[in-house]
Design a protein around this ligand. Structure first.
Ligand SMILES: Cc1cc2nc3c(=O)[nH]c(=O)nc-3n(C[C@H](O)[C@H](O)[C@H](O)COP(=O)(O)OP(=O)(O)OC[C@H]3O[C@@H](n4cnc5c(N)ncnc54)[C@H](O)[C@@H]3O)c2cc1C
Length: 511
């Protein structure tokens, strides 16, 4: 009879490298049995979509290939986790369950607690390992830098350990197949997600694309190649921030000071590293306040009187608001699962400030069309762009100005709005649009003013000011901010071909 194994519960961490669960099993000389469960409660949640399911499917498939090369395998199950763990336990009474901490939505939060209780009831040793600098249960914000150093900067990523899996376990795992999932589709324009793709994307970014990062990530035309495109891998756990951090640091150390381009590389890579920090900063907020999915961080903004007109909500979702850049972004998201930060911020600002839609109402749709959906970043950014955090500037992005600034030749807009293909950039910028394109659903300026008046009205009250201070002390960034606008840097020329992401210029699938 095989020695009782440690079950390695794989969630958003489908990788062999820098995997604390596998390393711990090896350290304790335990047999290891990786286990992944497609959970109907998650698959059918309102923030889930085929884009995510397919990402996880691909990531787990990649992990299975990697494990098979090491003469081991993964159990793949379909059902609720506690029920499936019970079945596995009846078959193989395992003694340890190892998992990485997941900071997800309310469903995963409750599920993780149920699993911990299930283990406790059976005397199974349950250990959860962090995979970021986020501290379980919350932390004093002054300690965040220290946590980052001790978990990310001062520790090298873990190498792939030895995986001990006797034939009996391997055969049991190998028999389990991927479930046939309903409505499961694959789109060519979705970024591939696997550990191998993550490594290739990081290398391509560090050696070719990162040079254009600073200045290149604001335009929807250049961000597809100038951005790292590591968000899907971080979100689904096919790479860790620690692996990325150390790779960037060694790239920075290797820069040749005599190369005239070094300073551009350096600025870009440092700007990129800041964003890795932001990721944990926001995720920590969700860890400390799991209710962020349902209510704003700042108590005074929980009852903003949004109209929530379903007609406007539908027009926004479908990209038929009559505002070309908003519509192009929404249609691009539906087809590719990606746009850059500025465009994401703009469509949220437009939905909340101009269409008067509650951030909670627009959350599920946006989550579904982001291939890199990561609740910690997503929920916090939604609230920030909706202006309900209480201390950030209330920013209303004017889609006409954004179009002139970032897509002046209307390349992006024409690509995603076939109705405007035959029009000149000048006509589009001047809003001289053909009748086949929808008219504006609401007027911009007057609607934006109405909402910002309301938000500033709340902000002025003594109650809101006091609450803002308290919330900021608990959750605000400790970095000094400057009130000056950052210097706009000269936009770099687009990257030369070929990069990993050039195929986006192929005919898009607009179905
Ligand atoms: C409303 C809204 C919702 C968002 N939802 C998500 C989401 O669900 N998942 C997600 O990964 N990003 C989200 N972002 C942040 C950002 O837009 C994406 O991370 C970025 O566009 C991904 O492209 P990249 O990997 O090339 O990013 P890069 O610019 O190369 O950044 C590297 C990594 O840093 C992190 N990061 C980048 N920008 C931010 C930021 N502003 N705040 C926190 N972390 C950041 C991401 O993990 C990203 O992969 C959201 C932004 C907005 C405005």
């Amino acid at each position: 009879m095989t020695k009782a194994p440690a079950v390695i519960w794989v969630k958003r961490d489908a990788r062999l490298t820098d995997n604390a669960c596998l390393v711990e099993a090896d350290r304790l000389h335990l047999n290891a049995l990786p286990f992944f469960c497609f959970e109907p409660s998650l698959l059918t949640a309102n923030d889930s979509s085929d884009m995510h399911i397919q990402a996880q499917w691909q990531a787990i498939n990649g992990l299975r290939q990697g494990l098979r090369q090491m003469s081991s395998d993964i159990v793949i199950a379909y059902g609720e986790v506690v029920e499936k763990l019970t079945k596995l336990y009846e078959r193989i009474p395992f003694t340890h369950l190892f998992a990485h901490e997941e900071i997800g939505n309310n469903i995963t939060f409750r599920r993780d607690r149920a699993v911990a209780k299930w283990c406790l009831d059976r005397g199974i040793t349950y250990r959860e390992f962090p995979q970021s600098s986020v501290k379980r249960g919350g932390v004093n914000r002054d300690k965040l830098q220290q946590l980052w150093r001790s978990r990310i900067a001062d520790i090298q990523p873990m190498q792939i350990p030895r995986i001990s899996q006797p034939e009996e376990l391997r055969a049991l795992a190998a028999k389990t197949a991927f479930p046939k999932l309903p409505q499961f589709t694959t789109k060519q324009l979705w970024q591939p997600v696997s550990e191998a793709d993550a490594k290739a994307t990081l290398t391509d970014f560090l050696t070719v694309r990162s040079r254009w990062y600073r200045g290149g990530i604001s335009s929807p035309n250049t961000a597809f190649t100038a951005g790292s495109r590591l968000s899907v891998h971080l979100a689904w756990g096919t790479i860790t921030a620690r692996q990325i951090w150390h790779a960037v640091r060694s790239r920075l150390a290797d820069l040749d000071p005599n190369d005239p381009l070094s300073s551009r590389w350096k600025q870009s890579l440092n700007a990129f590293l800041s964003r890795l920090h932001w990721r944990d900063h926001f995720t920590q907020r969700l860890e400390s306040e799991p209710d962020l999915e349902f209510r704003s961080l700042h108590p005074s903004y929980r009852d903003v009187p949004y109209e929530n007109d379903e007609r406007l909500h539908k027009a926004w979702r479908e990209g038929r608001t009559g505002y070309p850049l908003v519509d192009a972004v929404m249609r691009c998201l539906a087809a590719t699962g990606f746009v850059n930060f500025r465009m994401r911020a703009m469509v949220v600002s437009f939905a909340c400030h101009v269409l008067h839609l509650d951030w909670r109402l627009i959350h599920p749709h946006l989550a579904r069309v982001f291939r890199d959906y990561d609740p910690g970043i997503h929920l916090n950014q939604l609230q920030m762009q909706a202006g309900v955090v209480g201390w950030n500037a209330i920013r209303v992005y004017n889609p006409a100005k954004q179009l002139a600034d970032w897509d002046a030749d209307c390349k992006f807009v024409k690509r995603w709005l076939p109705e405007l293909k035959e029009q000149t950039a000048e006509q589009i910028l001047n809003d001289e649009l053909l009748p086949s394109y929808p008219p504006r659903v609401v007027p911009f300026a007057e609607r934006a003013k109405k909402m910002t008046d309301q938000l500033y009205g709340i902000r002025k009250t003594a109650e809101a000011k006091m609450a803002a201070k308290a919330v900021y002390l608990t959750h605000g960034s400790r970095k000094k901010t400057t009130s000056k606008r950052p210097k706009r840097i000269k936009r770099p020329a687009p990257p030369p071909s070929p990069t990993l992401f050039d195929n986006l210029d192929d005919n898009p699938d607009l179905s």
